[in-house]
Ligand binder design. Structure first.
Ligand code: MN
Ligand code: MN
Length: 322
């Protein structure tokens, strides 16, 4: 068969959706995987855009395959949400119930009233709290080892969200469909892992090598009770730094920050420094002294009749007059 279009739509879903009964509140929670950060639209757009920019023919093929499958998942999860809202959608559209009854049905919980009132019971591209989907969910950088690692993390996040959704429903048809979608994320993670390790030198990312003497250094910057040793900071692979005073700054410089300024810059920098110089010897009275009341703590020149003391004295004088 000749393929004539870039995208075609097959009317059958990738997995059959059998929802036992309407449940708008559950629908609003399941929206997390429709328009949330770890949801199917984010996954599809992440891999689609990576695929378009990819130079390697193998990775390009894989990314476009998985991107397209994620769109199929978007269709499955969106259909679950639509079925869960089908009753409420019809009831509201036809205004068939008594007002009070309809009001109660729309307030089933979660974000379900927004789904009904604003989106008419259709799946909205929001997360489970109604936050609109955003391209900011996509964190591709156009480097294959960075992006494959990010994809591996994204698939593991999606797997966990499906697990949580499966835990909150006892509808066997929904559990079944969510279990399928969850398992496909496991398969995708495996493909991305293989694609990462199909790149001979995949670590460190990019082209520039790390600087040898800093690449094995572990800096024990949080010290005291609770310090632990493990393969992540001790043993053959690590040069562990415990004496920070001795070893830092890591180079042989003095650990200050300097810059060579041109003559013009130097003159204005000097003027700026002089104009905004702080006087360590003065002890000025400030607004907090003038406004200080109970609970202000110590104020300026307390022993020498500071503002707070003056106020207190005047208050006491007032009391005595009465
Ligand atoms: Mn998916
Ligand atoms: Mn996936």
């Amino acid at each position: 068969m000749e393929i004539t279009a870039m995208f075609m739509h097959n009317k059958r879903l990738q997995y059959t959706v059998r929802v036992a009964e309407p449940n708008p509140a559950l629908g609003s929670l399941i929206l997390e995987q429709f328009g949330g950060p770890d949801g199917e639209l984010a996954a599809a757009m992440r891999y689609f855009t990576q695929g378009l920019g990819e130079l390697d023919p193998g990775r390009k093929d894989m990314l476009l395959d998985i991107a397209t499958e994620e769109l199929s998942h978007l269709e499955v999860i969106g259909s679950v949400v639509a079925m869960l809202n089908k009753g409420a959608k019809a009831q509201l559209s036809e205004a068939a119930m008594e007002e009070a009854e309809l009001y109660l049905s729309l307030n089933a919980g979660g974000n379900s009233h927004t789904q009904s009132i604003l989106y008419g019971g259709g799946p909205a591209l929001t997360n489970s709290s109604g936050v609109p989907w955003t391209a900011a969910y996509i964190d591709s950088r156009g480097d294959p080892t960075c992006d494959l690692r990010s994809n591996i993390a994204a698939e593991s996040r999606a797997k966990i969200i499906y697990e949580r959704l499966i835990a909150i429903t006892d509808d066997p048809g929904i559990k079944d469909a969510l279990g399928f979608l969850m398992t496909r994320e496991i398969a995708h993670q495996k493909s991305f892992e293989k694609a990462l390790y199909a790149i001979a030198d995949n670590f460190p990312p990019g082209k520039l090598p790390g600087i040898e003497k800093y690449a094995n250094m572990y800096v024990n910057t949080s010290q005291g009770e609770g310090d632990m040793e493990g393969p992540w900071n001790s043993g053959e692979q690590w040069e562990r730094v415990d004496d920070l005073e001795q070893v830092l700054p890591a180079d042989d410089g003095d650990g200050t920050a300097t810059v060579e300024l041109g003559e013009d810059d130097r003159a204005v920098a000097t003027a700026l420094t002089a104009r905004t110089a702080s006087d360590p010897n003065g002890n000025p009275t400030t607004g907090v002294d003038l406004g200080a009341g109970p609970g202000a703590g110590r104020t300026t020149d307390e022993d020498m009749g500071g503002a707070a003391d003056i106020k207190e004295a005047s208050r006491m004088a007032d009391e005595m007059t009465v």
